[in-house]
Design a protein around this ligand. Structure first.
Ligand SMILES: [Zn+2]
Length: 239
């Protein structure tokens, strides 16, 4: 039997769908930004899955260097730790939406995704007063209908330029992976929580930030929130 062409076509379609769902630069299923402009030495540090009991450690590390970040919070974590969520905002960081329950959007309905985003938007608004402008899909997974679900919630999609694998790597590995990949406009993705887990160990993330931030400041990069990095009036270049 010859499976050649058919398998190649199915394999190609499968690979395309996998890229559309997970690819950081894919905008097939929902438009998402994955980097800022290349004409300025500005980058954005982002943290997903918080707030957690450990988030204040990270806030301290960021405060030491005076750099802002963007925290993509899960609504359920905000409801569990509203005071920590407020502390993030009070420290001057931006708050983004990372869904309510950190659900996997693969094979879910548009209604499901819309509700996940709306519940997080409401929890963040109620407890911090912030109205997130950006949504980062849990696991970076986009699905059919997400575009409308984002639009109806008034949020834009954001992926990342570099992801640190800080939930499974050692701090020095995270730094070694991230630093060489940083360029103008890079959006870095780390985690101040671990999905909805209570009291997660984010020691690797805190240590990685302590290594990364001074190094990148030394190289002349400035840190900006996602909204500032992606604001078109901050750049002379369309991108
Ligand atoms: Zn996440």
């Amino acid at each position: 039997m010859n499976f050649g062409p058919e398998v190649a076509v199915v394999g190609g379609a499968g690979a395309f769908l996998a890229w559309a769902v997970r690819g950081k630069s894919a905008s097939v299923l929902a438009r998402s930004r994955w980097r800022g402009p290349r004409d300025r030495a500005a980058i954005a540090l982002t943290f997903d899955d918080g707030p957690s009991e450990e988030t204040p450690r990270l806030l301290e590390a960021l405060a030491r260097h005076g750099v802002p970040a963007t925290f993509f919070q899960c609504g359920a974590n905000v409801e569990r730790l509203p005071a920590v969520a407020r502390e993030v905002r009070a420290a001057g960081h931006e708050i983004g939406n990372h869904s309510h329950t950190h659900a996997m959007f693969c094979f879910q309905s548009a209604k499901f995704m819309e509700t996940e985003i709306r519940r997080a938007q409401e929890a963040i608004g109620e407890h911090t007063g912030a109205v997130p402008a950006w949504f980062r899909a849990p696991f970076g997974v986009r699905w059919f209908g997400l575009e409308g679900a984002q639009r109806r919630n008034g949020v834009g999609g954001v992926m990342w330029t570099v992801i640190g694998y800080d939930w499974k790597a050692k701090a020095e590995e995270v730094a070694a992976r991230v630093v060489p990949r940083v360029e103008n406009g890079a959006i870095l993705c780390l985690h101040d929580g671990r999905e909805l887990r209570a009291r997660p160990d984010i020691g690797v993330t805190v240590e990685a930030v302590q290594r990364l931030v001074p190094l990148l400041l030394d190289r002349g990069y400035t840190f900006e929130t996602v909204s500032r990095l992606l604001c078109p009036t901050n750049s002379s270049n369309a991108f």
